[in-house]
Write a protein that binds this ligand. Structure first.
Ligand SMILES: [Zn+2]
Length: 350
């Protein structure tokens, strides 16, 4: 099959590799149709990383079942599916409790199977492939991973009706977080350093948008909340923005409020300057949110699939660019230079 393989320099080489075969009777094989480029993938773009060299990556995908194992009963060839790539080892204490997003072996397990989206085929346990209603496109479904990250953050922070929230970062994650907050009955202010994604945010229902390069976000937050600060600030920018956005998020939260860590951190120790006395005296809770799993009896991704199917989430407005797999390096360049390209979600199609 054709696949995009990470090179030593951290970009991709599209070449023929061995097609994966089903190793267990309860697994399936799917033809990938659309794969998204995530912030995590972008942080590793053109970065030399011996761990990734020669590997196939990508974890936001939708496609079509082409083969099922002997024990698979609820999926068949031709079914259109979204693939959940949060996959644990199924043996640890966290996986036993269905908290597989916290599995200590999450990354090594998923990267051997479902987390290999930039290729023609993927394999994985049938339980991680959810059927799509006919009216949900592959492209829309490829955004479900992004949306579900936001849903989990909403769950762990216990977002409630009429909450005032701030969302820092209007990339795919932030724009998903925004839509979920609005669907849950909260009022939302969203910030970014670029105008284009803020225009999209406005269209998606943001109550207030602030470009932090040109506007005073703190002042806007205080106006938005009657001088109190927000009930929850969601840090959705991650990466290089974190020293700024994490400090902003904690300053935006009200006394007794919460800060959700949704955006991605880099490996190893990081140092951030925060107003720790205000955090302590105000009992501001900093709440980490990691991927997603189940909530009650429901897979959080299936909850998002329902919301998308019922029109409560708009995926189409987030897709700004599409590239075939052969042009994956161009796709990454486009996703990386957001300012120049007005890019939000870049889809790789196959
Ligand atoms: Zn586990």
């Amino acid at each position: 099959m054709k696949a995009a393989v990470k090179t030593a320099k951290g970009d991709f080489e599209v070449k023929e590799v061995e097609t994966p075969t089903i190793p267990h009777p309860d697994w399936v094989r799917a033809r990938v149709r659309v794969a998204g480029i995530c912030g995590t993938d972008l942080r590793h773009w053109k970065v030399e990383d011996p761990h990734l060299e020669g590997k196939i990556v990508g974890h936001e995908l939708a496609g079509e079942i082409v083969e099922v194992g002997d024990e698979v009963t609820d999926l068949k060839k031709g079914d259109r599916v979204v693939v959940e790539t949060v996959l644990g080892d199924d043996t640890c204490e966290w996986c036993r409790a269905q908290q597989y997003n916290l599995c200590p072996h999450l990354y090594e397990v998923r990267e051997k199977s479902v987390s290999r989206a930039f290729a023609e085929y993927v394999i994985g346990p049938a339980k991680k492939f959810y059927k799509l209603p006919d009216h949900v496109s592959f492209e829309e479904a490829a955004l479900l991973d992004t949306f579900t990250v936001g849903l989990h953050a909403m769950h762990v922070t216990n977002l409630s009706l009429n909450d005032r929230v701030a969302i820092l970062g209007a990339g795919p994650i932030g724009l998903g977080q925004l839509q979920l907050a609005k669907a849950a009955g909260a009022k939302a202010l969203i910030t970014d350093v670029l105008d284009f994604p803020l225009q999209v945010a406005e269209k998606l229902g943001a109550d207030v948008t602030v470009n932090t390069k040109t506007g005073d976000a703190y002042k806007s937050v205080m106006e938005f909340t009657g001088g109190r600060g927000v009930d929850i600030a969601f840090e959705c920018a991650g990466g290089d923005a974190l020293p700024t956005t994490l400090a902003q998020a904690t300053s935006f939260a009200r006394i007794g409020g919460k800060v959700a860590l949704v955006g991605g951190f880099d490996d190893g120790p990081s140092t951030f300057t925060l107003e720790w006395q205000r955090i302590q005296k105000g009992e501001i809770q900093i709440i980490p949110s990691a991927s997603y799993a189940l909530w009650g009896i429901y897979p959080e991704m299936v909850m998002c699939l329902d919301l998308l199917a019922f029109g409560k989430l708009d995926a189409k407005s987030l897709v700004t660019h599409r590239f075939p797999l052969d042009q994956i390096n161009e796709a990454f360049e486009t996703a990386e230079d957001k300012e120049r390209n007005n890019s939000i979600f870049v889809a790789v199609t196959m």
